[in-house]
Each structure stands twice: as structure tokens, then as C-alpha cells.
Design a protein around this ligand. Sequence first.
Ligand code: G3H
Ligand code: 13P
Ligand code: ZN
Length: 323
Amino acid sequence: MYSYKELGLVNTREMYAKAIDGKYAVPGYNFNNMEQLQAIITAGMETDSPLVLQVSKGARDYANQILLRHMARGAMEIVKEGGSNIPVALHLDHGDSYELCVSCIESGFSSVMIDGSALSFEENAALTKKVVDYAHQHDVTVEGELGVLAGIEDEVSHEKSHYTRPEEVEEFVTKTGVDSLAISIGTSHGAYKFKLEPGEEVPPLRFDILEEVEKRIPGFAIVLHGSSSVVPEYVDIINKYGGNLENAVGVPEEQLRRAARYAVCKINIDSDGRLAMTAKIRETLANKPAEFDPRKYLGPARDELIRMYRHKNENVVGSAGKA
Ligand code: G3H
Ligand code: 13P
Ligand code: ZN
């Protein structure tokens, strides 16, 4: 058993409470490799932002959980050596079983998500409560989910979303004891969030549902998944240099900024990091076809990621200066 406290990490309780009070959100950034992690912590330190480092089941399989634990420990040493004391949580994103959550808690995660959103209300509540009962014994915080986002949720694909039903949230959080709740108000995972007719605007998020949820559970920590903006500049660079991303559309930044002023305390962003990295790698390799040193194309990709995360912290989620 490795305790996250020994790694210098924190759970999400205090950072979410402060985010709700301060009307901003903490960024939940996914990582799978060293360059992404370096960029997230560098931007976090530069902007003095709290951070939730997110690892999906797929990322854990890809990067190896032992290595991930050491990477998180290394990241915390870098933060300390840099004279920063930003709070950092290591979070399992879209955990799909009790056993996976337990394994992550035992390997040093400070926060886990149990995603029972595809189950019936009763099954979701029972599974979430089981995870909460174990996690809280170790002072690990738990995120649950009610409502379904369209797109891929860690190997589970949902063609259609269904919005969170506000009338269910109170019973869910009371029954389960969960620390935060992901809800569905119109975001979705991946780079193709909305199917638009030519000239059609991106539909606004369902702030009416968010308001209704807040009325039922005032001050409770709400999480938004699927919140990449699918930055058009990156999509254009990818397409210019041989990629083929047609009709990729994300959530406009102003909508996320607005959501962060509600009780939305964490905003999850993964796809934008993938797009930034792919755009820079494609651009570099196209302009320097003789290059074959990975540092020469991963380095510029990492620099671009730092710029992007800094921008999100400062202008989208509003977490800059809030550590
Ligand atoms: O919400 C899903 C995240 O973007 C993780 O994606 O399962 O491909 O690592 P992944
Ligand atoms: P995006 O695909 O919009 O980046 O969503 C990421 C996410 O919700 C991770 O859990
Ligand atoms: Zn998600």
C-alpha cells in the first residue's frame, strides 16, 4: 500500500471547496506520457494553479501503473524544488470497477472516479457507495457520475447522451456519500462533440439543468467531463500537414468560463492536449523531413502544450493564482 500523502499529493476536498467559493474550476488534465505530465506541471507552477492529474484505465494500461506512480512522485519533487506549493491530486478517470479503484488507491492515487453512469440508478448508487466506503478509509476522495455523455468513455462507447435528471442528484449524493458529481449538460468526449449544419452555431450548454442541480444540492462539487474546446488552430494545422479531422467541434471557451462560475469545480480536458501535441509533431516533421530525433519533435510539442495549459488555467477554467 502506497499512501498518496507520502508522494506529496492531496485529495480533492479542499481544492474543490475553494474553487466553488472562488467561482473558478480546477483543471482535470489527462496524461499518458512524460511530455504531457511535464507540460501540465510546468504550466501549473507558472500560473500558480491547483491541478488534478488524470489517469484513465487506458493510460494506466499504456504507461504501467508502477511507472505512473513514480512519475507522479517525480512531478511533486519538481514542484517542491521549483519553490512552488501548488496542490496536486492524482485521480483515476472513469474507473469502471470497484477493483480498479481499490488498486489505484493502493498504488498512491488521492482521488478516484467510479463511473457507473451506464448502469441503472440503483446499481450505480450501490457501486459508488462501495467505492466511497473503501476510499474514505484512506482519505481518498471519490467522483461519481449521473447522466450519460456521448462519445467514448474509456472504452465504453455511448452513441447518445442523456442529460442528468436533477430530481435524482440529491438521493444519489446522500445514498453514496460521494465527494463530487459529474453531470451531463451537453458536453461529450472526443473531438466531434456536435453535428452542425453549415453555418450553424454550437448549441449552448444546458445551464438550466446545472442551475436546477445546484438548487437541489447547494454548494456540492460538480464536475464537467468532455470539455475540450477542440481548438480550431490545432485542427487546421493537423489537416494542413496531412491529417484528416473533418467537422471536429468542441465546447466554446466562454461557455466553460461561465460554467466555472457555478458550482462546477473541475473541468476535464484531454482531447485538446492530444490535438496540440499531434499538430506540433505533424508540423515539425513536415517542415524538417530529415529529423529523426524524438526530442526534436516532442520538445516543440511539449512547448505548445505548456502554452495551451497556461491559457486554459488563466482564461478558461480560471484557476491561475488560486493555488
Ligand atoms: O474521458 C476519457 C478520456 O479522454 C480518456 O481517454 O480512455 O482514451 O485514455 P482514454
Ligand atoms: P475531452 O475529450 O473533451 O477532452 O474530455 C476529457 C474527459 O472528459 C476526460 O475524462
Ligand atoms: Zn470524461
